[in-house]
Design a protein around this ligand. Structure first.
Ligand SMILES: [Zn+2]
Length: 111
C-alpha cells in the first residue's frame, strides 16, 4: 500500500527514487522484472535474493544473493517509503557491464 503513496509522491517532487522494493516469496526465475522495481525474495522470513532488471539499459536480470554464507553477497535495507539501499555496489559482469550503487532508491553510477 505504501508503495502507492511513494509512486504518487514522486511526480509531485516530494520523493525521489529510481527503484522501489516489492516483496515476493520466490525467485522470479526468467520472469521479467519491470524497470524501477527491486524484487526482494523473502522465504520463511529470510531475505534470500534481490532481483532487478539491469538499469544500464540492457535489461538483463540481476540476481543478488543475500545469503551471508555465500560469496559474494549483498545486503538490502529499505526505508519507510520502500526505497532500497543495497551494499556493496553492483557490478554487472555480463551484457553492458555497468557498475552502480543503489542508495535510498536512487541509482548512482560508478565511472
Ligand atoms: Zn545492463
Amino acid at each position: 500500500m505504501r508503495r502507492y503513496f511513494s509512486l504518487a509522491l514522486r511526480p509531485l517532487g516530494l520523493l525521489s527514487f529510481d527503484v522501489l522494493v516489492s516483496r515476493v516469496n520466490q525467485h522470479p526465475g526468467k520472469t521479467v522484472i519491470p524497470p524501477g522495481e527491486l524484487w526482494l525474495v523473502v522465504d520463511g522470513g529470510v531475505k534470500k535474493w534481490a532481483c532487478l532488471s539491469c538499469p544500464g539499459g540492457c535489461g538483463v536480470q540481476i540476481s543478488l544473493s543475500l545469503n551471508p554464507e555465500r560469496r559474494p553477497y549483498w545486503s538490502v535495507e529499505s526505508d519507510f517509503w520502500g526505497r532500497p539501499t543495497v551494499a556493496p555496489s553492483v557490478h554487472q559482469q555480463k551484457m553492458c557491464r555497468c557498475h552502480f550503487w543503489i542508495r535510498k532508491g536512487l541509482i548512482y553510477w560508478c565511472k
